[in-house]
Write a protein that binds this ligand. Structure first.
Ligand code: MLT
Length: 518
């Protein structure tokens, strides 16, 4: 397979990819250049410089994964990728230390005028009075966004003796307290901070989060740091706040438009800047590159992708196996009935008392791929069901002593259901249409319904025997006068043989199903 890398990533990850696939590195592409070539690739790896637009995703006909070698995915059209069944994965842990260290470096550089003093001395001046700074000790640091990086910044700022307050609607008071941070609302953080640092992702809700009204309530002389994403601080409002003295200094690693050529921010003595270097350390880039390479390989091999952001996570081990059971059960069910508008998925067993969203994705993939073909995958299965107005119902019965079972029920003009369990490392089918059966799935199985009376099963077996088709396992079960028969056969069955079985007196219907055996 072919992988395209369009931004700089460290060699270690590239080597991992090259060991198995063809890798092309093409940096500084225009969108049109990317559109021209993306159709040839199965995987795309970017950092924050490449914009992965809907058009790029549409043109990436072979794409299976877009890997972000970093945290932020605001430059990737994730909904468009999800719709096309393309996994988007990032590396949420690997560069948080580097970015938090860069934030602290920027805060200290701002407090002590380091870039300005450096430039002055190199211009042969000895300005000891001009660059008088401030200590950060006992100052209040306001952190906007207490995610992984915000927390790392807080830990470091504690060691400088700073008071830390934070705004984050998604973290509990209890967790903030454990971290020694006082949670406040946004206005209160803005009013009470000597330093403000931003650590939220860029979303429609955080774009221009800090603009004129927010600057207006900040303390006079506040210093502001942004190593998260450009666009969260409105840059025109920042310039106004600097010019009227409200903000005494800003340290910016990120910009609304990168590079920020011609921006008045670059002209201001009160602004210090770096070119999006937060994650740019040898340690972070090595870790990020290895992590994203591993995830791209996993996606190309059809394995679990650790940090897929448009897929729920699944614990390796039994839950991973249950994912395969759900997919096979869904597929089996959809082979016996194709006309339905409701998919019910019922989980029983104590293991399901956890996050089972990925197992539901797998069940949906099993059902829908049977009907719609290979374009269906774990990413887009829920979206495809929604587009087709198929209702999805999930329920859990947490039964302590029972093994883990999954029942998939497809409801339309008729209702058909299949129940499977996973025990001793193997899947077994234990119910069809509410009738108890107990059979290991095999490659070829005939699932039929017949009237529960003599001389129906025998003629079916005779037809198969006549054509030299061996029955290797068989189950018959009955409920309400209708019997279910499952026959595992050793080979594929010609269509006309299946037709003959369907015509046997007493047979209601019969289908040949193909199953995989997790
Ligand atoms: C990130 O989101 O982790 C960084 O912005 C990635 C980068 O440095 O390109």
């Amino acid at each position: 397979m072919k992988i395209l890398i369009t931004d700089f990533i460290a060699e270690q990850g590239i080597e991992i990819l090259r060991a198995e696939h063809e890798v092309h590195i093409r940096t500084n592409l225009t969108e049109n250049e990317l559109l021209d070539i993306i159709g040839d690739y199965d995987g795309l790896i970017v950092r924050s410089d490449t914009k992965v637009t809907e058009d790029v995703i549409e043109s990436g006909k072979r794409l299976k994964i877009i890997g972000m070698a970093g945290v932020g995915v605001d430059h990737i059209d994730v909904p468009a990728a999800t719709k096309r069944g393309i996994i988007v994965a990032n590396t949420p842990e690997e560069n948080i230390v580097s970015t938090s260290e860069h934030t602290i470096a920027m805060m200290l550089a701002l407090s002590r005028n380091i870039p300005q003093a450096d430039a002055s001395l190199k211009a042969n001046r000895w300005d000891t009075e001009r660059f008088i700074g401030n200590e950060v000790k006992e100052k209040t640091l306001g952190i906007i966004g207490l995610g992984r990086i915000g927390i790392e910044v807080a830990k470091r700022a504690h060691h400088f003796g700073m008071n830390i307050i934070a705004y984050d609607p998604f973290i509990s008071d209890q967790r903030a307290k454990e971290l020694g941070i006082e949670l406040k609302n946004l206005d209160s953080v803005l009013k009470n901070s000597d330093y403000i640092t931003i650590h939220t992702p860029l979303t429609s809700g955080t774009r221009n989060l800090i603009s004129d009204p927010q600057f207006a309530i900040m303390k006079n002389g506040v210093r502001i740091i942004n190593c998260a994403r450009g666009g969260i601080i409105n840059e025109d409002a920042l310039i106004r706040a600097i010019n009227d003295g409200r903000v005494s200094g800003a340290a910016l690693d990120v910009f609304a438009c990168e590079p920020p050529s011609g921006s008045p921010l670059l002209e201001s003595d009160s602004v210090i800047v770096t070119p999006h270097l937060g994650a740019s350390t040898i340690e972070a880039q090595t870790a990020v590159s290895v992590s994203i390479a591993g995830q791209v390989l996993a996606a190309l091999h059809g394995e679990i992708v650790q940090n897929a952001i448009n897929l729920p996570s699944v614990r390796p081990g039994v839950m991973d196996a249950m994912r395969s059971v759900a997919e096979s059960t869904g597929s089996l069910c959809a082979q016996i009935v194709q006309d339905f508008d409701v998919i019910e998925i019922e989980y029983a067993g104590r293991l399901f008392d956890t996050d089972i969203r990925m197992i539901t994705h797998a069940a949906l993939k099993g059902v829908l791929a049977t009907l719609l073909g290979s374009g269906v995958n774990y990413v887009n299965a829920p979206e495809l069901a929604k587009e087709r107005k198929i209702k999805i119902k999930e329920s859990k019965a947490i039964v302590a002593e029972r093994s883990q079972s999954i029942t998939i029920r497809l409801k339309g003009t008729v209702v058909r259901s299949v129940t499977s369990v996973f025990e001793n490392d193997r899947m077994r089918i234990i119910g069809i249409d509410g009738c108890d059966v107990d059979i290991f799935p095999s490659r070829y199985m005939i699932v039929s319904r017949h009237q529960n009376r003599p001389n129906v099963i025998g003629p079916c077996c005779t037809i198969l025997g006549r054509d030299d088709i061996n029955i290797s396992a068989m189950q018959v079960s009955c409920a309400d006068g209708t019997a279910i028969m499952i026959m595992s056969v050793d080979s594929d069955i010609p269509h006309q043989v299946l037709e003959e079985i369907r015509e046997v007196d007493g047979i209601i219907d019969a289908v040949l199903v193909h199953t995989t055996t997790p």
